[in-house]
Every structure is written in structure tokens, then in C-alpha cells.
Design a protein around this ligand. Structure first.
Ligand code: SF4
Length: 89
């Protein structure tokens, strides 16, 4: 199976894109930061990209993944709680 022939609905664009688009986002700047989240259910996208990117590029892409919204919300709530605590002192 050639992953480049696979298509899915893009949550960022709202339309259908194929995997080859996701590898460049149409501008040759490299893979989309959501490429793991969007494609892991379709095929082994991690292994595919590991074979095609340099270690540096792969690490940068993997570390650049956005944090889950719940994690961010919990951090904001904790920060607000700490601000309230410190303002009481
Ligand atoms: S990887 Fe990026 S460009 Fe591709 S479908 Fe997901 S959000 Fe859209």
C-alpha cells in the first residue's frame, strides 16, 4: 500500500487531502505538525516518517506536536490557583 494515495478530511482545511499533501503542507516546509494525529489510524505513519526523515527532522516533528487541550487547561487552572494563593499572602 502506498500511503500517498490515501485520503482523509483535513481538520485544518475542512476538505479532503491526500497523505502526500500532509508531508509538505503544499509549501515544501515539511510535514504538518498534526501528521501523527491524523494518520496513525490509517497506517504506521511513525515508522513511515522515521524512514524518510533525518533523526533531527523526525525529533523536531515529534516534539512539535501540540499538547492535548486537557493538559493545557489543567496547567492554566493550576496557574490561576497559584496566582490566587499568592495574592492572599
Ligand atoms: S496532517 Fe495536517 S494537512 Fe494533513 S489532514 Fe491532518 S491537519 Fe490536514
Amino acid at each position: 500500500m502506498d500511503p500517498n494515495t490515501l485520503e482523509r478530511r483535513c481538520p485544518r482545511l475542512g476538505g479532503s487531502v491526500n497523505f502526500s499533501y500532509c508531508q509538505t503542507c503544499g509549501n515544501r516546509k515539511g510535514p504538518c505538525f498534526k501528521i501523527f494525529d491524523c494518520w496513525w489510524e490509517s497506517f504506521d505513519v511513525v515508522e513511515y516518517l522515521k524512514k524518510r526523515l533525518s533523526t533531527e527532522e523526525f525529533t523536531k516533528l515529534a516534539e512539535g506536536r501540540p499538547r492535548p487541550k486537557m493538559t493545557s487547561l489543567l496547567e492554566i487552572i493550576e496557574q490561576a490557583r497559584q496566582n490566587i494563593e499568592s495574592s492572599k499572602k
